[in-house]
Design a protein around this ligand. Structure first.
Ligand SMILES: [Zn+2]
Length: 512
């Protein structure tokens, strides 16, 4: 019989912890729906006790998603665990994921607790969680750098208290595949009741080995759950990437011999959604989801591929949801055609009001751009102002003048809490002048740490998608804006980042 490999997606929790990747409740819900279409087994929706915003996001995902298990992270204390259980109450299937650090360094410096105290707290937390839900995951944070004897004691004890999944994180991305695989194997051999729980791997990509380590944990160690994120989103170099693990196990079934629930045809749409929502652009040569990932898409080896597909391709682009750029809609397309295309793309807008707003934008875009691609539609609906309630800042109009040999100037009208204001400035270029015109009124004082422009569908006729990353008093936020005019797209992205800076969310940081 073939074993099943459980895919645990933590894009909305560990991925979102990446500075600048924070998402609104609506954005999280939209991504959770896409993860459900992808048939992810477990969705870690957030860390309910860390802030009211996170609590509400976990709660709305728990209420809306029916096919995947919904999980909330929580520290190993009663309050966190109660909050997690409360947020998960509406779920069809729920899991509490509790963690405490077990490495000497973390126990001594961070927790200031003795190993025996940590052991007691871990047991108590799992016992408490098991009284609230039947599915409890335990993670010894920084597990890979923990003392083996101590770790075995902790894991044996938490299984006795009812933990159903044991996750062994390489929190700092220090592991190498063979050693990590053997580490999991040794734990499973030494913990006497190890067969009573499912073993899980959670790897970070600091040395570029998160996927390789996770797969070694599965193959050598016998783990049957992989924790991962779409596009490998995550702090520093990121987490193990879902699409790579899934396609490795699927393509090399001869080697792994494991069954997966995942419907791989939704992978590319999930990747785009996460990238457009967070502003974390996918590199072109990224495996599976990069623009050049398939030979026929990159134009290389086309001759070989045309003669015989498997000369160069080990996977089929269609299987992960790539389709050639198709003109799908145009100026004459009606509301029903638009709505239907949204459905085909797996986008469900919450209300008729949202469909109306998105459709109005579509018409506006179609007036200026004759060919509308799927990418345009996705960009249109991932613009947060379609769904968000009242934003503090919104673009009204922009004019700018640039000419060779002259200093560019821009004049911009935007709303501040519904009231229109006008700002003007010069700058090094039209984008610089436009953003300075906004800043001359807003005076946010934020530092711009990233500005990037990307052509959504590849040609100069396509929309420009701009990402702006701002940093202010220790907070980092990303704003994304798209428009056929990249100066307008830049202004939208800047205002969107300012809106995010305004929404104050003081959250407890989690590791793991
Ligand atoms: Zn992590």
């Amino acid at each position: 019989m073939t074993d099943k490999l459980i895919i645990f997606d933590t894009t909305l929790r560990d991925g979102e912890q990446s500075p600048g990747a924070s998402m609104t409740k609506d954005e999280k819900l939209r991504i959770a729906r896409q993860l459900e279409r992808l048939r992810v087994d477990v969705i870690e929706a957030g860390f309910a006790a860390s802030s009211n915003g996170d609590f509400e996001a976990v709660q709305s995902i728990a209420n809306a998603i029916k096919d995947s298990t919904i999980c909330s992270l929580s520290r190993a204390n009663d309050r966190d665990i109660s909050r997690a259980a409360e947020a998960l109450r509406g779920a069809n299937s729920s899991r509490i994921h509790t963690f405490i650090a077990t490495s000497p360094l973390h126990m001594e410096k961070k927790l200031r607790m003795t190993p025996d105290q940590v052991l007691e707290q871990a047991k108590q937390a799992v016992r408490f969680a098991r009284n609230l839900v039947s599915d409890v995951e335990f993670s010894p944070e920084d597990g890979y750098r923990s003392d083996m004897d101590f770790l075995c004691r902790v894991l044996e004890a938490v299984i006795n208290e009812g933990a159903t999944t044991l996750n062994i994180p390489d929190t700092v991305g220090y592991a190498v595949p063979e050693l990590y695989g053997n580490f999991i194997k040794t734990l499973r051999e030494r913990v006497p009741n190890s067969d009573k729980a499912i073993w899980s791997v959670h790897c970070h990509n600091d040395l570029g080995m998160a996927v390789a380590n996770s797969l070694a944990g599965v193959k050598i160690g016998g783990a049957r759950q992989v924790e991962c994120t779409i596009n490998g989103l995550g702090e520093r170099a990121g987490n193990c990437s879902l699409e790579e693990v899934v396609m490795a196990v699927k393509t090399r079934r001869d080697y792994f011999n494991l069954a997966l629930n995942i419907d791989t045809q939704h992978i590319v749409a999930a990747s785009r959604m996460v990238s457009q929502t967070t502003g974390f652009v996918v590199q072109p040569n990224k495996a599976v989801v990069g623009a050049n990932a398939f030979a026929h898409a990159s134009g290389i080896h086309q001759d070989g591929v045309l003669k015989a597909r498997d000369t160069y391709e080990i996977m089929r682009a269609e299987d992960v949801g790539w389709s050639a750029n198709k003109i799908v809609l145009g100026k004459l397309s009606g509301r029903n055609a638009f709505k239907q295309r949204l459905q085909e793309l797996g986008v469900s807008l919450e209300s008729e009001q949202e469909v109306n707003v998105a459709f109005a934008r579509f018409k506006e875009l179609a007036d200026r751009k004759s060919e509308i691609f799927d990418e345009d539609i996705l960009a249109l609906v991932s613009d947060e102002s379609v769904t968000a309630d009242k934003e503090q800042y919104g673009l009204v109009s922009l004019s700018q003048h640039s000419e060779t040999g002259e200093r560019p100037r821009a004049s911009i009208v935007f709303t501040v809490d519904g009231k229109e204001v006008r700002g003007e400035s010069d700058g090094n270029g039209p984008v610089d002048a436009s953003l300075k015109a906004i800043e001359s009124l807003v005076k946010s004082g934020a530092e711009m740490v990233l500005y990037s422009v990307n052509a959504i569908s590849g040609s100069t006729e396509s929309q420009g998608e701009v990402t702006v990353r701002l940093q202010n008093s220790g907070r980092v936020v990303n704003g994304v804006g798209s428009d056929p005019d990249i100066v307008v797209a830049s202004a939208k992205a800047y205002l969107s980042a300012l809106n995010k800076l305004q929404s104050k969310a003081d959250r407890v940081a989690a590791q793991g």
